[in-house]
Design a protein around this ligand. Structure first.
Ligand SMILES: NC(=O)c1ccc[n+]([C@@H]2O[C@H](COP(=O)([O-])OP(=O)(O)OC[C@H]3O[C@@H](n4cnc5c(N)ncnc54)[C@H](O)[C@@H]3O)[C@@H](O)[C@H]2O)c1
Ligand SMILES: O=C(O)CC[C@@H](O)C(=O)O
Length: 528
């Protein structure tokens, strides 16, 4: 059998040697397909290799009848429809490490160019203007760099900024004070970073949660004259808000490698003299392109010849006998993990998963991985899957405990998940009710009975007359319909909880008002 591999974006010729040299693999490099042409021809191929230009949409995947693997030579997989790939049994692999250095160096290059107005000065000189007055810069020494997203690239950027004698303040949902100390950076919330930094650089993936993370509100809180860098993904910064902040002189400059829509030609931000930009060049070094092409080529060769992929991004394969027994619990375990991300307000340091009742008779490791996936996915994005979840948790310094116990508290099966942060321990437990599906049956010490789906509100309050009514009225005022409501308390007049299911996502402003309602201690708006 000969496997046909299509490379539809320019990849390093040296990097794809493992593919060229493999037996029974035929490589076609064709980088000028239109989306329509790609959809027309993709049916002939077993593997597709891309960078960020090719959009591997559902329409393309639906035409890809032979396709087994998509290789992304780079980190971000936002140009690939992962759900469609998974639904069609196509494994997606990426090359997460190969361009870290390149992207970090590009960020520092942008930071220095921005501070010293090098592109603007060069442009003037190219146009025969010897203009020194307009191009006075600022020094980096003793300035504060705010880093949002301390993954592979953020950590490297922070280390290099320290080499420029900068102070670094950073935020990442997985960054603890201890880890920040080890890295020699200050630990802060997004607010702290935004308020204290002279330069702000973002290094998160583009997710629902990070879309417009830097928006009008954030710009208002920043120091006057702050400068912004985005070498991660267009869309993390709200481009309209950035434009306005530059025109209003709040922001003194911005360096952009990425845009919401690419290619970004005729973009209004590019008309502003304060903006410098590159056309998505973060990973464009000979070394990075070779690294990512080698990594992804090896994975494609291994996978097509019956081996395992090193960097799978979507669903793994689980043996069918195991799957059959545990499949009914999959949704529940993932939802319990996700639920806890809303309750844990600091970085999670430890996760413990307890299996009781019927669950003591099954192989639970895939469920543990699935719970961890639910826990990580909200902040790390769609590339977290059952295969890489434990590995990613470990890399984030999270300890994982898995235990089978005899305390099923009267349930036929009981799955209890507990997370510890530096300040608190939060617990949620769920069960699969025969014929009725999944239920959350305990949150911390309170018994509840809630379907783990949709929009939930978990409210802690003082057991006082009127507290429930005030919550109901406020939600009604904002046209939020309560579908179900349960209450519980530790003792009369003491701590109590409300667990509500509501018909739509709770907007931030309503959440803020709810937190300020008399006798309410805390509110978690949870989207499952
Ligand atoms: N410009 C380029 O050519 C280029 C090159 C490489 C990577 N990138 C992009 O850079 C980004 C980061 O890549 P990486 O390899 O460091 O990824 P990574 O997964 O190692 O790190 C991302 C970090 O962002 C954090 N994060 C998630 N949500 C957050 C939030 N709301 N606030 C703060 N932090 C949050 C995660 O916890 C994680 O630690 C990706 O979007 C990637 O696609 C761009
Ligand atoms: O392919 C490229 O050059 C961009 C890659 C980069 O954005 C990534 O996410 O790895």
């Amino acid at each position: 059998m000969v496997y046909k591999v299509l490379i539809s974006d320019p990849l390093s010729e040296d990097g794809i040697q493992p593919l060229r040299e493999a037996e029974n693999i035929e490589v076609t490099m064709k980088t000028d397909f239109t989306p329509e042409e790609l959809a027309l021809h993709i049916g002939e191929y077993d593997a597709l290799l891309v960078r960020s230009q090719t959009k591997v949409t559902r329409e393309i995947i639906e035409q890809a009848k032979r396709l087994k693997i998509i290789g992304r030579a780079g980190v971000g997989v936002d140009n690939i429809d992962l759900d469609a790939a998974t639904e069609h049994g196509v494994i997606v692999v990426n090359a997460p490490d190969g361009n870290t250095n390149s992207a970090a160096e590009h960020t520092i290059a942008m930071l220095m160019s921005l501070a010293r107005k090098i592109p603007q000065a060069f442009y003037a000189l190219k146009h025969q203007k010897w203009d020194r007055k307009s191009h006075v810069g600022v020094e980096l020494k003793n300035k504060t760099l705010g880093v949002i997203g301390m993954g592979r690239i953020g950590v490297e950027v922070a280390a290099r900024a320290k080499g420029q004698r900068m102070n670094v303040i950073a935020y990442d949902p997985f960054l603890t004070e201890e880890k920040a100390d080890k890295l020699g950076v200050d630990y802060g919330s997004v607010e702290d970073v935004v308020q204290k930094a002279d330069f702000i650089t973002v290094h998160t993936p583009l997710l629902k949660e990070t879309r417009h993370l830097i928006n009008k509100d954030a710009f208002e809180k920043m120091k006057d004259g702050v400068q912004i860098i985005n070498c991660a993904r267009g869309g993390i910064i709200d481009e309209d808000a950035l434009y306005e902040a530059i025109v209003n002189k709040k922001v003194a400059g911005a360096a952009l490698d990425v845009f919401e829509e690419e290619p970004a030609v005729n973009h209004k931000l590019l008309e502003l003299p304060e903006v410098i930009a590159t056309p998505h060049l973060g990973a464009s070094t000979i070394e990075a392109q070779e690294n990512v092409a080698i990594d992804v080529s090896h994975d494609v060769v291994h996978f097509l010849t019956g081996g395992l992929a090193t960097n799978p991004v979507n669903l793994p394969s689980v043996p069918s006998e195991v799957m059959k027994k545990i499949e009914p619990y999959f949704r529940l375990s993932e939802k319990l993990g996700t639920f806890l991300t809303y309750l844990a307000e600091e970085a999670i340091e430890e996760i413990s998963i307890y299996y009781a009742g019927d669950l003591t008779d099954v192989q639970v490791a895939p469920l543990t991985r699935n719970t961890i996936k639910g826990l990580l996915k909200r902040h790390l994005g769609e590339h977290v899957n059952d295969v890489n979840a434990s590995f990613l948790a470990e890399k984030k310094g999270i300890t994982i405990n898995e235990q089978k116990t005899s305390t099923s508290k009267g349930f036929t099966n009981l799955l209890t998940v507990q997370v510890k942060t530096s300040k608190t321990t939060r617990t949620v437990a769920g069960t699969l009710l025969n014929g009725l599906g999944a239920r959350i049956v305990k949150v911390d010490n309170y018994s509840v009975d809630v379907i783990p789906e949709g929009h939930l509100l978990f409210i802690r309050h003082k057991d006082q007359p009127g507290a429930i009514g005030r919550v109901g009225s406020l939600l009604a005022e904002h046209d939020v319909n309560i579908a179900t409501m349960q209450v519980g308390r530790s003792d009369v007049g003491g701590d109590a909880i409300m667990m509500l299911t509501i018909d739509k996502h709770l907007e931030k402003e309503v959440l803020e008002q709810l937190i300020n309602v008399t006798d309410i201690y805390a509110v978690n708006a949870i989207d499952l």
